[in-house]
Design a protein around this ligand. Structure first.
Ligand code: F6P
Length: 325
């Protein structure tokens, strides 16, 4: 490997800059040339490729977002563009490529490796929804941002004795919702993975809580379940309790990364370069059972994971009637 390219793809996540910085500096430490690819695969296809040196990543470890910008590139689903992406790498002398993103981005890396470019994926998403790893870059920051915001909503919700529906990110994954459910002591949590909620049950639960003297009722609703505003109107009509919806939205994706995100992203970035230098390709870095590990991308993409059933149960039992079912 002579030249390592790095790109970020899909939704941005705090800590991506720490990962880019580590790739750049570890590659330089190994005597390699580094190229930054702007705007994810879209930028690779259009040749938006810049030279990077150790200074290119100065003052970036503490910054949210991604200095390389990112994009969701649907063209990469098509074989002709996958081949073109590999060709663009070759034209720019890139023989090793680090892709920071989610499962969709790894599929691109997998295809590019079939066309002879060595690729390594790093898990970058606030959603934590990558099966081969217990950690993804950005989750820790995002879940802490959401938790702090929910604490604030809870203050005003209690003062006004309201019910609050707070929508957190996660189109297909309820990890942010579940973690906040536990961390914020929410009375109810609605997850896309457990989309079996019954609005009447929710209404009864709110009324029951009020009778027991609860001054608020916090419902954390994952984006994938959605409809928070209309749900709030229906709940207010059914319970007679003032109900407000707050959609936290993209604020969860921004901000300075936590220490954990900086340290783990830096470790993974350096490891990606070490793997490339050891001649590895089509690998993805993960964190499992307390260790940083790597998997074949094909294997990683075939894995499945689900929200932890025990945590889901205790989220309910610890925050409500203290009955474990
Ligand atoms: O993948 C991260 C994520 O923030 C999801 O939680 C969310 O569903 C999605 O991205 C939103 O994407 P966009 O910013 O394109 O609306």
């Amino acid at each position: 490997i002579k030249t390592i390219g790095v790109l970020t793809s899909g939704g941005d996540a705090p800590g991506m800059n720490a990962a880019i910085r580590a790739v750049v500096r570890q590659a330089i430490a190994h005597g390699k040339t580094v190229k930054g690819i702007r705007r994810g695969y879209a930028g690779l296809l259009s040749g938006e490729i810049i030279d990077m040196n150790a200074h290119s990543v100065s003052e970036t470890i503490q910054r949210g977002g991604t200095i390389l910008q990112t994009a969701r590139c649907l063209e990469m689903l098509q074989p002709e563009y996958q081949e073109k992406a590999a060709k663009m790498c070759r034209e720019h002398g890139i023989d090793g490529l680090v892709v920071i993103g989610g499962d969709g981005s790894f599929k691109g890396a997998q295809k590019i490796s079939h066309f002879g470019i060595n690729t390594i994926g790093l898990p970058g998403t606030i959603d934590l929804d990558i099966a081969c790893t217990e950690y993804t870059i950005g989750f820790d920051t995002a879940v802490n941002t959401a938790m702090e915001a929910i604490d604030k909503v809870r203050d005003t919700s209690t003062s006004h004795e309201r019910c609050s529906i707070i929508e957190v990110m996660g189109r297909g994954a309820g990890y942010i919702a579940l973690w906040c459910g536990i961390a914020n002591g929410a009375e109810d949590v609605l997850l896309p993975e457990r989309y079996d909620y019954d609005e009447q049950k929710l209404v009864n639960h709110i009324i029951e809580g009020r009778k027991k003297g609860k001054q608020h009722h916090i419902i954390i609703n994952a984006e994938g379940v959605g409809h928070s505003t209309s749900m709030a109107k229906r709940i207010e009509a059914a319970t007679g309790i003032e109900t407000r919806a707050t959609i936290l939205g993209h604020m969860q994706r921004g901000g300075s990364p936590t220490c954990k995100d900086r340290v783990y992203a830096s470790t993974m970035g350096a490891m990606a370069v070490d793997l490339l230098c050891a001649g590895k390709t089509n690998r993805v870095v993960g964190y499992r059972h307390g260790e940083f590990v790597d998997f074949d991308i094909d294997e990683a993409l075939a894995m499945h994971k689900d929200v932890d059933e025990y945590q889901y149960k205790i989220c309910n039992s610890l925050n409500n009637d203290y009955k474990y079912e």
